[in-house]
Design a protein around this ligand. Structure first.
Ligand code: RBF
Length: 172
C-alpha cells in the first residue's frame, strides 16, 4: 500500500484516454488549504492536459473533508458531471477525530460510486504531518491531485469501453 518510496504521479500503465468528451466535478476541502489547493490545481492541470475542456470542469469548495461526500453528491445531483474528483487532507492529530473523518469520507465516497454508477474519486491525503502532505501535493512524491484526475479519466474510459462494445445497448 505504501507509496512513500515512489512518485506515483508518473504513469507507466495503460494509456490515458482522451478526456475531451467528459464533464468533471472537482470538490475540495478548505481544511489544510495549502495542501488541498495544490491537489486541486494539479487535478485541473492534468484534466486539461488530457483534453478536458475548461468549461467542462466545475470546481466547488467544502469546509472540511467530512463534507466532501455531500459536496460530491450535490455535484452529481445539480450538475451533469460524468465523474467527481474529491480532494482533501486529514492530518493525524492527538484525538480520534482523524479516524472518524477518514472512515466517514472513505465510506461516503464509496457509496456515491455505487449510488450514481459514476466514478467518484478518493483523493484524500491521510498523512501524519503537514510535511508528508506537502510531499504528496506537488512535492517529492508527486501530486495526488494529478493521480486522482488520471483515475477519473481512466474510469470514464472504462465505462465508455462498455458502451462501444455492448451489443445489448448501454442504458445509463
Ligand atoms: N477536516 C479536514 O479536512 N482535515 C483535517 O485534518 C481536519 N481535522 C479536524 C480536526 C478536528 C478536531 C475537527 C473538529 C474537525 C476537523 N476537520 C478536518 C473538519 C471536518 O472535516 C469537518 O469539516 C467538521 O467536523 C464539520 O463537520
Amino acid at each position: 500500500m505504501s507509496s512513500s518510496n515512489k512518485n506515483l504521479s508518473t504513469f507507466e500503465g495503460t494509456k490515458i484516454p482522451d478526456a475531451s468528451s467528459y464533464k468533471f466535478g472537482v470538490v475540495y476541502a478548505e481544511w489544510n488549504h495549502e495542501v488541498t489547493n495544490a491537489l486541486k490545481e494539479g487535478a485541473i492541470k492534468t484534466l486539461l492536459e488530457n483534453g478536458a475542456k475548461k468549461e467542462n470542469i466545475i470546481v466547488k469548495e467544502v469546509p472540511g473533508s467530512f463534507e466532501l461526500t455531500l459536496g460530491a453528491q450535490y455535484l452529481a445531483e445539480y450538475s451533469n458531471v460524468d465523474a467527481v474528483i474529491c480532494l482533501g487532507c486529514v492530518i493525524q492529530g492527538e484525538t480520534r477525530h482523524f479516524d472518524f473523518i477518514c472512515d466517514a469520507v472513505a465510506q461516503g465516497i464509496t457509496n456515491l460510486n455505487i449510488k450514481y454508477n459514476k466514478p467518484f474519486i478518493f483523493g484524500v491525503l491521510t498523512p501524519d504531518n503537514q510535511q508528508q502532505a506537502l510531499d504528496r501535493a506537488g512535492g517529492k512524491h508527486g501530486n495526488k491531485g494529478d493521480e486522482a484526475a488520471v483515475t477519473a479519466i481512466k474510469m470514464l474510459g472504462l465505462k465508455t469501453s462498455f458502451k462501444s462494445e455492448s451489443k445489448l445497448g448501454f442504458s445509463k
